[in-house]
Design a protein. Sequence first.
Length: 338
Amino acid sequence: MTLKELAKLAGVSVSTVSRVVNKNDVRAASEEVRNKIWDLVHQTGYFPNSTAQDLKLGAAVPVQEKNRSIACLFARTAEGKSDPFFSQIYHAIEHECMKNRYDVIGVYSASDFKNISQRFSVAPPDGMIVLGRYSRTLVQLLKNSCKNVVYTGLNAINDPYDQIICDGYKAAKTAVWHLYMLGHRSIGYIGEKSLEARYRGYYDAMQELRLPIVKEHVVESEQSLNGGYLSGLKILTATRPTAIFCANDITAIGVMKALSEQGIGIPSDISVIGIDNTEMCQYSSPTLTSIHIPKEDLGKFTVKTMIDRIEGGHQVPIKIEIPYTLISRDSCAPLKKG
């Protein structure tokens, strides 16, 4: 498979494929096209022909060794590769593995892993990357299945694994503080609650600001479009909040659809903020204010940390925290007086 053939399959130019695959350039194409290209890379087993490039440059070509292997586990959702947040992290992982001649030998969900963990205990990959918050049951399976484990996500962990995180707890507090600085005092929450750093951040920020946490304004929800939509309808009580913090963007967009259908103006009646800053934030109506999580950096530093551990660079568990950024758009506005 050549770059030209890959471009033909994807229906885009060779330069576009090169920028996506070789440089992981998110500006090279839309998210849909980038996902299509990476799916084709995975399906065809395409690998950049660095040997040919070395020959053109007159460099000595080293003896090829068998690539080491890394498996990816989407612990939080079975739809990880199609999830707008985790898919971007995964593609960055795949690109960094390819660049360093590590093979991604499998992509699994938590439910898959229960079935294949016995196989991995016999023939484990060199490393296992875990994306997203995981259950205690899964911890034991990981211990029995793979020596080298690196976790990435928004929830810090207490297990003895390397972790590359963007702190969801702090990001949630920043979101609440942003709404507070806009004058909002009645702030709701929609998202998961159990063991969720973003809910703890919301709760603690509300306590610190001495704001009331109204039971009806906190809706535990599946963090999906449909979960957000149903929760958006549920939160419209007689004493509805003036602002809503959603645990992720996809939930926030579902919430905004529900509010709009009920004739609620955004942000004139209710301000909405999310976390992730996925590409869809720029195309929602109104555009969504969000906390930007550097997804490509999470993926890249996860692989770098994994390679360093596999190759004996460090022994003790390390924690790397990637900073987040508030991206202000049209879904939030100062509270109207009176």
